[in-house]
Design a protein around this ligand. Structure first.
Ligand code: HEM
Length: 171
């Protein structure tokens, strides 16, 4: 009997966050013909971050200045495309009520902003001399950025595929 009362009591618990107006509204608003811009933009910073690391490693291995210059361009474009992804993601976070009321969306924002700071630092560090910048700090920044971009992308994937944020409800 006591056990039964406990279970009944538990059923009455209410999550105050889930009571917020628009909690179930999670469909993307920053989209072109229903395709979220953030999901389209993120592929570029993810790929270019790994290209920067690849360029640094190949420069270290071969000593060929071509790879240091390739890493400079990859670092710059990863930062600029990362900012584009960040702007579309932030707009989504602030404008969609069901996204902004979930803690996991804010966790993703914090990891992503950390990543953007690293990408900006990695590019800025190379602007005064792209060959001298590679060893050791360019390579270290690229390695750290690769770890953080993996965490950002993995966590973004969780938002979409586990929590279904940004997805259409279908018809
Ligand atoms: C800086 C602010 C950012 C915010 C506020 C943000 C927010 C979000 C949100 C709300 C989603 C869920 C899908 C949607 O509503 O579009 C998402 C998905 C995702 N985010 Fe971000 N994001 C940010 C930056 C980034 C960056 C810089 C990257 C990677 C370089 C990234 C990688 C991802 C990935 C891979 C997904 C899953 C996309 C999919 O497969 O559909 N995000 N993000």
């Amino acid at each position: 009997m006591a056990e039964r009362e406990k279970i009944e009591g538990a059923e009455e618990l209410i999550d105050p966050i889930a009571q917020r107006v628009g909690f179930d509204e999670t469909e993307s608003r920053i989209a072109i013909l229903g395709h979220p811009i953030h999901a389209m933009a993120v592929a570029f910073p993810v790929a270019l971050t790994f290209c920067t690391l690849g360029g640094d490693l190949l420069y270290w291995w071969t000593g060929d200045a071509f790879w240091a210059r390739a890493a400079l361009w990859a670092a710059g474009t990863s930062f600029l495309f990362g900012m584009l992804a960040g702007i579309s993601g932030t707009a989504e976070l602030l404008l969609v009520p069901g996204i902004r009321s979930r803690a996991s969306a804010w966790t993703h924002f914090i990891i992503a902003v950390t990543l953007l700071s690293l990408l900006g630092a990695n590019w800025g560090h190379r602007l005064d001399g792209y060959e001298a910048a590679v060893l050791p700090y360019g390579l270290l920044l690229s390695g750290l950025s690769a770890v953080v971009v993996a965490a950002t992308g993995w966590h973004g994937g969780k938002l979409v595929f586990d929590y279904r944020l940004g997805t259409s409800k279908g018809s």
